[in-house]
Design a protein around this ligand. Structure first.
Ligand SMILES: [Mg+2]
Length: 231
C-alpha cells in the first residue's frame, strides 16, 4: 500500500451502463404520452418537471418515476386512467431489475489499482439502488468505502475528505460527468480523471472548458495507473 492517495470512482456510466436505461425509459414515456403530445414536446415537459423536482427528490429511478407520473397528470389535464400510471410504475420496476453490465476494462483496472491504493466508490442518487447495483456488479470487494451523495456538490466531497481524514490533493476522482465528478473535485484542490461515456444526460452537460493541470482525460481505463503514478 503506498502514498495515502485515495482513488475514487463514480459508479453510473463509469463502472457500468446506466444512462441508456433512462433514455430508453424516456422513449417509453413519450410513447405512452403520444396521444396527448408529440414526442419532442413530451420529452421537454418531462425534463422540465425532473429539473423542478430535483431539489425535493434528488436523482435515481424512484425520482424519475414520480416525475413521469407528475408529468403525465399535468399534460393529461388530470384526465388520466390508472392503466397508464401502472405502465409508468412498470417502467421503473423494469429499470430497477436490469442486470448490471460492467464497462470494458473496468474490472482489470480496479484489480490492478486495488493492490496499491485504497479505492472508494463516490456516487450519487438513491442509496438503495446504488447499493443494489454494487452488489449485482460483483465489484463490492474493491470498495471498502462507499459514499452515496444526494448530489455531488463541493460540500459533499469536502465531507468525504473529512471522513477519510485526507487532504483534497490526495483525492483522485474518476468519472464520466464533468459537472458532477470533475469540476467540484478540481475546485477543492483534488485531481480528476474524465472518461467520456457514450451517453450523457443533458443535466450533466457543462458549458465551460476545463483547464487545470490536475485534470486528465482518458479513452481507456488501462491509461489510469500510469496517470496516477505521475500524480
Ligand atoms: Mg456517472
Amino acid at each position: 500500500m503506498n502514498t495515502g492517495k485515495i482513488i475514487a470512482f463514480d459508479a453510473d456510466d463509469t463502472l457500468w451502463d446506466n444512462e441508456d436505461f433512462f433514455r430508453k425509459a424516456e422513449k417509453q414515456f413519450c410513447s405512452i404520452a403520444s396521444d396527448i403530445l408529440p414526442y419532442n414536446k413530451a420529452m421537454e415537459e418531462l425534463f422540465a418537471i425532473e429539473m423542478q423536482n430535483m431539489e425535493d427528490y434528488g436523482y435515481g429511478i424512484k425520482a424519475f418515476v414520480l416525475s413521469m407520473i407528475e408529468c403525465l397528470i399535468k399534460i393529461s389535464d388530470s384526465n388520466l386512467t390508472p392503466d397508464k400510471i401502472q405502465k409508468l410504475l412498470d417502467i421503473g420496476k423494469d429499470m430497477i431489475n436490469k442486470p448490471v453490465e460492467l464497462l470494458d476494462g473496468v474490472e482489470n483496472c480496479l484489480e490492478s489499482l486495488s493492490s496499491s491504493y485504497q479505492l472508494v466508490l463516490a456516487t450519487k442518487g438513491d442509496a438503495l439502488d446504488q447499493e443494489r447495483k454494487l452488489k449485482k456488479s460483483g465489484l463490492e470487494k474493491y470498495f471498502p468505502n462507499v459514499f452515496v451523495m444526494s448530489n455531488k456538490a463541493e460540500e459533499n466531497y469536502a465531507r468525504i475528505f473529512n471522513q477519510l481524514n485526507i487532504k483534497a490533493k490526495d483525492f483522485i476522482m474518476i468519472g464520466n460527468s464533468l459537472k458532477s465528478d470533475i469540476l467540484p473535485v478540481l475546485n477543492l484542490g483534488g485531481y480528476a480523471i474524465y472518461k467520456k461515456s457514450k451517453t450523457t444526460w443533458k443535466h450533466e452537460d457543462l458549458d465551460e472548458k476545463i483547464t487545470s493541470d490536475r485534470f486528465f482525460e482518458i479513452n481507456d481505463y488501462s491509461e489510469i495507473p500510469t496517470i496516477i503514478e505521475k500524480i
